[in-house]
Design a protein around this ligand. Structure first.
Ligand code: NAP
Length: 300
């Protein structure tokens, strides 16, 4: 039996582990893929206070090493259910864990466009991670779809690798920060394709072209590309908890400012929590708040 079971090994979950371990609680972190979450895929992090520049992978490795040095246990399994009770039971695809408290830190996953041909071409020309897959497109032609920070950052990143980058966005204004939009517009090999959506990804031994449609005029256009990067936001990974944890309309876990959910002894931290700002800083902030709330709940 553990004092704290943490579901998710991203910045929020690992920070929660760090705080709980330092309070001498027994901790297991259950992670389905790899430690570090989405930040591990970020090329450069320049907005983490106290650090001029670091790679996302470096940040994730250091945080995981901190947890390891304190004796935290990490299991690579997929959680399928939390069963309420005293203790609580966390069921995975391989095992069952009992804990006096649980912290949900499952984060978000990439949203798909839902366009024709998308599902079949994922991994065969369509990617969700420019930093991971950008190098495959040296001197080739790629498209990025989206208008948020991720899409604009991806387009800028890819413009240094690819011959040409199309940035396709459904509106004529960007959700991304102004400084990023300024940098985007300074790149001569990025073509902005605004007020346009993707109708179809066309395959021919991988991705061959994208059929586009203008949202105002209905005019259609086809662009030949070697790769496409879909960056249209994220969706929370909380559905499996819906039966016992209150989720908001968007599917994020509802919680108070101390990261307490509706279920006593169950806390939430990071991008999967109902909040407006999802940043590395807020994820680690949540991790510490949730852990301290769990410690308080445990009577420590
Ligand atoms: P986001 O901010 O939610 O932006 C998603 C973009 O995709 C929006 O432009 C949206 O268009 C578009 N979109 C959504 N659904 C679509 C659809 N079905 N078809 C076409 N376009 C669609 O997502 P994000 O860029 O991944 O960023 C997520 C969070 O991480 C944000 O809070 C962001 O600030 C943060 N982030 C920060 C940094 C940084 O600080 N360096 C880097 C990356 C991400 P509309 O604008 O029309 O809605």
């Amino acid at each position: 039996m553990y004092d704290v079971i943490i579901i998710g090994g991203g910045p929020a979950g690992l920070t929660a582990a760090l705080y709980a371990l330092r309070a001498e609680k027994s901790v297991v972190v259950i992670e389905k893929l790899g430690l570090g979450g989405q930040i591990a895929l970020s090329g450069e992090v320049e907005n983490f206070p106290g650090t001029m520049k670091m790679s996302g992978a470096e940040f994730a490795e250091n945080l995981a090493a901190q947890v390891d040095a304190l004796g935290g246990r990490i299991e690579y399994e997929e959680v399928v259910e939390i069963i309420d009770g005293n203790p609580k039971t966390v069921v995975t695809d391989l095992d069952r864990y009992e804990g006096r408290s649980v912290i949900i830190a499952t984060g978000v996953k990439n949203r798909r466009l839902g366009a024709e041909g998308e599902d079949e071409l994922i991994g065969k020309g369509i990617s969700f991670c420019a930093v991971c897959d950008g190098s495959f497109y040296k001197n080739r032609i790629v498209a990025v779809i989206g208008g948020g920070n991720t899409a604009v950052e991806d387009a800028i990143y890819l413009s240094d690798i690819a011959q040409k980058v199309y940035l396709i966005h459904r509106r004529n204004e960007f959700r991304a920060e102004n400084r990023l939009v300024r940098a985007l517009k300074s790149k001569s090999n990025i073509e902005l394709v605004l007020e346009t959506t993707v109708e179809k990804f066309v395959a021919e031994e991988g991705l061959k072209s994208i059929n586009l449609v203008n949202v105002n005029t209905g005019e259609k256009r086809t662009i030949d590309v070697d790769g496409a990067f879909v960056a249209v936001g994220q969706i929370p990974q909380c559905e499996i908890f819906r039966d016992i944890i209150t989720l908001n309309e968007g599917g994020y876990v509802a919680a108070d400012e101390n990261c307490r959910t509706n279920l006593e002894g169950v806390f939430v931290a990071g991008d999967c929590r109902n909040k407006t700002v999802r940043q590395l800083t807020t994820a680690v902030g949540d991790g510490s708040v949730a852990a301290l709330a769990a410690i308080d709940y445990l009577g420590g």
